[in-house]
Ligand binder design. Structure first.
Ligand code: DGL
Length: 262
């Protein structure tokens, strides 16, 4: 019998930065990836709208027999993971949160910067994270409007994206941070640019690998790991136009692939 897949989703292509860690860590699992491209970005939408989208996509992934869901989106996690877990108490659901804890541990200056969407930074879930792990360090928050749009447009480098990032990094660097948290799953795709602008002495923290480890733990805990020797399949879906999305998906995934309509 084919094992049930893991359902992974994001507002757009950002969650592919998490999917690559899942693929590496759990090669025998079947993975379904949904980009809600028709509604990207989530970062400036209301909590109510994001929740509605999260529930709608979760339903489509559950209709395809997903055994575990990964909200590969910090904004969606902040807005809806509690509600989604309450609605599906038996289902393991793994979400994202900005890597504040590793940043505080890494920082020598005790000053860390968080790059994330406005939605993530204003959420109650983030306030709780700050309370829990922010003590003992100065935490400088930086919303990055427009950055997700640049990445969705495939502009991972170039003058426009560089100027935007320079603007967002300047206040963080001026305040002396030595650890930067990528608090949005889109941002790892501009990590080389961020690292170049910030300089080699700044630690840039992405939680994709930690989330893949957490998914592995949850699979074992629930007895859901795929017990087979063959490599699993990966399928990609979009709520937008598959033809228009395909080139960017293939570029970010680093291999030829087909994108299907959700
Ligand atoms: N990838 C997203 C996150 O991790 C959401 C970006 C957006 O749609 O604004 O927050």
């Amino acid at each position: 019998m084919t094992p049930a897949p893991i359902g992974v989703f994001d507002s757009g292509v950002g969650g592919l930065s998490v999917l690559r860690h899942l693929r590496e860590r759990l090669p025998h699992e079947d993975l379904l990836y949904v980009a809600d491209s028709a509604h990207v970005p989530y970062g400036d939408k209301s909590t109510a709208v994001i929740r509605q989208r999260v529930f709608a996509i979760a339903e489509t992934l559950l209709a395809r027999h997903s055994k575990l869901l990964v909200l590969a989106c910090n904004t969606a996690t902040a807005a809806a993971i509690h509600e989604l877990r309450a609605a599906h108490p038996q289902l393991p659901i793994v979400g994202m949160e900005p890597g504040l804890k590793p940043a505080v541990t890494t920082s020598k200056s005790r000053k860390v910067g968080i790059l994330a969407t406005a939605g993530t930074l204003r959420s109650g879930k983030f306030a709780h994270l700050l309370e829990r792990y922010g003590a003992g360090a100065e935490v400088v928050l930086q919303p990055c409007p427009g950055l997700v749009e640049q990445i969705e447009a495939g502009r991972l480098a170039g003058a426009e994206t560089e100027a935007l990032l320079q603007r967002y990094l300047a206040p963080l660097l001026a305040s002396g941070v030595d650890a930067l948290v990528l608090g949005c799953t889109h941002y790892p795709f501009v990590l080389p640019l961020i690292q170049r602008l910030a300089g080699p002495h700044i630690a840039v923290i992405d939680t994709g690998a930690a989330v893949a480890r957490q998914v592995e733990r949850q699979l074992h805990l629930h007895g859901l790991a795929a017990a087979r020797a063959e490599v699993g399949a990966v399928r990609f879906f979009t709520s937008g136009d598959p033809g228009a999305q395909q080139p960017l998906f293939a570029r970010l995934w680093g291999a030829a692939l087909a994108v299907e309509r959700l």
